[in-house]
Design a binder for this molecule. Structure first.
Ligand code: ZN
Length: 193
Protein backbone atom coordinates (compact mmCIF):
# COMPACT_ATOMS: atom_id res chain seq x y z
CA UNK A 1 0.00 0.00 0.00
CA UNK A 2 1.34 3.44 -0.84
CA UNK A 3 2.09 5.84 1.97
CA UNK A 4 -0.34 8.58 2.89
CA UNK A 5 0.75 12.18 2.56
CA UNK A 6 0.94 12.40 6.34
CA UNK A 7 3.25 9.38 6.52
CA UNK A 8 5.41 10.81 3.74
CA UNK A 9 5.72 14.13 5.56
CA UNK A 10 6.57 12.62 8.92
CA UNK A 11 9.11 10.28 7.36
CA UNK A 12 10.71 13.10 5.37
CA UNK A 13 10.91 15.08 8.56
CA UNK A 14 12.89 12.41 10.37
CA UNK A 15 15.52 12.53 7.63
CA UNK A 16 15.39 16.31 7.50
CA UNK A 17 15.92 16.75 11.23
CA UNK A 18 18.95 14.47 11.35
CA UNK A 19 20.52 16.16 8.31
CA UNK A 20 19.68 19.57 9.73
CA UNK A 21 21.33 18.72 13.02
CA UNK A 22 24.59 18.13 11.13
CA UNK A 23 24.32 21.46 9.30
CA UNK A 24 23.42 23.28 12.52
CA UNK A 25 26.48 21.79 14.13
CA UNK A 26 28.56 23.68 11.58
CA UNK A 27 26.65 26.97 11.61
CA UNK A 28 25.54 27.56 15.19
CA UNK A 29 23.88 30.99 14.94
CA UNK A 30 20.08 30.60 15.02
CA UNK A 31 17.97 32.60 12.57
CA UNK A 32 16.07 35.55 14.12
CA UNK A 33 12.29 35.96 13.79
CA UNK A 34 12.95 39.61 12.95
CA UNK A 35 13.37 39.75 9.14
CA UNK A 36 16.85 41.02 8.35
CA UNK A 37 15.66 42.84 5.21
CA UNK A 38 12.82 44.46 7.25
CA UNK A 39 10.50 43.25 4.50
CA UNK A 40 7.06 41.64 4.26
CA UNK A 41 6.08 39.81 1.08
CA UNK A 42 2.41 39.23 0.32
CA UNK A 43 1.79 36.66 -2.38
CA UNK A 44 -0.46 33.85 -3.64
CA UNK A 45 -0.75 30.31 -2.32
CA UNK A 46 -0.09 28.95 -5.83
CA UNK A 47 1.74 25.60 -5.94
CA UNK A 48 4.25 26.79 -8.51
CA UNK A 49 5.56 29.46 -6.15
CA UNK A 50 6.62 26.92 -3.53
CA UNK A 51 10.40 26.71 -3.29
CA UNK A 52 10.62 29.02 -6.32
CA UNK A 53 9.42 32.57 -5.62
CA UNK A 54 11.84 33.39 -2.83
CA UNK A 55 14.82 32.27 -4.89
CA UNK A 56 13.58 34.32 -7.84
CA UNK A 57 13.45 37.36 -5.53
CA UNK A 58 16.85 36.69 -3.98
CA UNK A 59 15.22 36.20 -0.59
CA UNK A 60 16.64 33.73 1.89
CA UNK A 61 15.48 32.24 5.16
CA UNK A 62 15.36 34.89 7.88
CA UNK A 63 15.18 37.86 5.52
CA UNK A 64 11.44 38.48 5.08
CA UNK A 65 7.96 37.76 6.44
CA UNK A 66 5.84 35.94 3.86
CA UNK A 67 2.04 36.17 3.88
CA UNK A 68 0.07 34.03 1.44
CA UNK A 69 -3.53 33.51 0.47
CA UNK A 70 -5.62 32.70 -2.60
CA UNK A 71 -4.80 35.35 -5.20
CA UNK A 72 -2.99 37.65 -2.73
CA UNK A 73 -6.28 39.39 -2.05
CA UNK A 74 -7.25 41.75 0.75
CA UNK A 75 -10.84 41.09 1.76
CA UNK A 76 -11.46 43.61 4.52
CA UNK A 77 -9.82 46.58 6.28
CA UNK A 78 -9.01 44.51 9.38
CA UNK A 79 -9.00 41.03 7.91
CA UNK A 80 -6.22 38.50 8.33
CA UNK A 81 -3.89 40.07 5.78
CA UNK A 82 -3.95 43.52 7.37
CA UNK A 83 -3.63 41.89 10.80
CA UNK A 84 -0.52 40.04 9.66
CA UNK A 85 0.94 43.25 8.23
CA UNK A 86 0.14 45.11 11.45
CA UNK A 87 1.97 42.40 13.40
CA UNK A 88 4.86 42.45 10.93
CA UNK A 89 5.24 46.25 11.10
CA UNK A 90 4.64 46.98 14.77
CA UNK A 91 6.01 43.82 16.40
CA UNK A 92 8.54 42.38 13.97
CA UNK A 93 10.40 45.31 12.46
CA UNK A 94 8.99 45.33 8.93
CA UNK A 95 9.53 48.66 7.12
CA UNK A 96 8.65 47.77 3.56
CA UNK A 97 5.97 45.66 1.82
CA UNK A 98 6.04 43.87 -1.53
CA UNK A 99 2.77 42.58 -3.00
CA UNK A 100 3.66 40.03 -5.65
CA UNK A 101 0.96 38.36 -7.72
CA UNK A 102 1.57 35.94 -10.53
CA UNK A 103 0.43 35.28 -14.09
CA UNK A 104 -2.09 32.49 -14.70
CA UNK A 105 -3.58 32.89 -11.21
CA UNK A 106 -6.44 30.48 -10.50
CA UNK A 107 -8.47 33.30 -8.94
CA UNK A 108 -8.93 34.89 -12.36
CA UNK A 109 -10.93 31.95 -13.68
CA UNK A 110 -12.85 31.03 -10.51
CA UNK A 111 -16.40 32.31 -10.07
CA UNK A 112 -18.60 32.64 -7.01
CA UNK A 113 -21.34 30.72 -8.81
CA UNK A 114 -18.99 27.84 -9.66
CA UNK A 115 -17.74 27.62 -6.08
CA UNK A 116 -21.28 27.66 -4.73
CA UNK A 117 -22.31 24.80 -7.03
CA UNK A 118 -19.34 22.73 -5.88
CA UNK A 119 -20.10 23.43 -2.23
CA UNK A 120 -23.72 22.34 -2.70
CA UNK A 121 -22.51 19.17 -4.46
CA UNK A 122 -20.27 18.44 -1.44
CA UNK A 123 -23.21 18.71 0.94
CA UNK A 124 -22.61 22.19 2.34
CA UNK A 125 -25.77 23.64 3.85
CA UNK A 126 -27.40 26.26 1.58
CA UNK A 127 -28.00 28.47 4.65
CA UNK A 128 -24.27 28.50 5.33
CA UNK A 129 -23.58 29.56 1.75
CA UNK A 130 -26.29 32.23 1.95
CA UNK A 131 -24.43 33.80 4.90
CA UNK A 132 -21.25 34.36 2.86
CA UNK A 133 -22.80 34.85 -0.57
CA UNK A 134 -22.20 38.59 -0.74
CA UNK A 135 -18.64 38.33 0.52
CA UNK A 136 -17.93 35.43 -1.82
CA UNK A 137 -19.08 37.38 -4.88
CA UNK A 138 -17.22 40.50 -3.77
CA UNK A 139 -14.03 38.48 -3.32
CA UNK A 140 -14.03 36.04 -6.25
CA UNK A 141 -15.92 37.87 -8.99
CA UNK A 142 -13.97 41.12 -8.65
CA UNK A 143 -10.67 39.38 -9.44
CA UNK A 144 -10.32 39.83 -13.20
CA UNK A 145 -6.60 39.93 -13.85
CA UNK A 146 -3.56 39.34 -11.59
CA UNK A 147 -1.87 42.63 -12.60
CA UNK A 148 -4.99 44.67 -11.96
CA UNK A 149 -5.37 42.85 -8.65
CA UNK A 150 -1.81 43.69 -7.55
CA UNK A 151 -2.39 47.39 -8.25
CA UNK A 152 -5.67 47.31 -6.31
CA UNK A 153 -4.16 45.46 -3.36
CA UNK A 154 -1.22 47.88 -3.20
CA UNK A 155 -3.72 50.78 -3.01
CA UNK A 156 -5.84 49.00 -0.41
CA UNK A 157 -2.81 48.42 1.83
CA UNK A 158 -1.42 51.92 1.31
CA UNK A 159 -4.77 53.51 2.09
CA UNK A 160 -5.47 51.33 5.10
CA UNK A 161 -5.56 53.65 8.15
CA UNK A 162 -3.53 51.19 10.25
CA UNK A 163 -0.57 51.10 7.85
CA UNK A 164 1.95 53.91 8.46
CA UNK A 165 2.40 56.32 5.54
CA UNK A 166 6.19 55.93 5.51
CA UNK A 167 5.98 52.21 4.64
CA UNK A 168 6.54 51.77 0.90
CA UNK A 169 4.15 49.26 -0.69
CA UNK A 170 5.46 47.86 -3.98
CA UNK A 171 3.55 45.83 -6.54
CA UNK A 172 5.19 43.12 -8.66
CA UNK A 173 4.02 40.39 -10.99
CA UNK A 174 5.71 37.00 -11.21
CA UNK A 175 5.80 34.52 -14.08
CA UNK A 176 5.49 31.07 -12.45
CA UNK A 177 6.92 29.36 -15.54
CA UNK A 178 10.21 31.20 -16.03
CA UNK A 179 10.61 33.10 -12.75
CA UNK A 180 10.57 36.56 -14.34
CA UNK A 181 9.41 39.51 -12.21
CA UNK A 182 7.98 42.76 -13.60
CA UNK A 183 7.40 45.97 -11.67
CA UNK A 184 3.79 47.13 -11.47
CA UNK A 185 3.96 49.73 -8.68
CA UNK A 186 7.08 51.39 -7.28
CA UNK A 187 6.12 52.07 -3.67
CA UNK A 188 8.83 54.73 -3.24
CA UNK A 189 6.91 57.01 -5.61
CA UNK A 190 4.15 57.39 -3.02
CA UNK A 191 6.33 58.17 -0.04
CA UNK A 192 8.64 60.65 -1.74
CA UNK A 193 11.79 58.53 -1.31
ZN1 ZN B 1 -2.55 32.61 -7.67
Amino acid sequence: MSKTILEQVLEANQNFVSEWAEVQGQHKAPVSKIPSKELAIFTCMDTRLVDFLEGAMGIQRGEAKVIKNAGNTVASPFGVVIRSLVMAIYALGVKEIIVIGHLDCGMATATAEGLKEKMIARGIAPEAIKLVEGALTQWVDTFHHPIENVAGVVSAIRENPLIPKDVPVHGLIFDPDNGRIDLIVNGYDSIGK
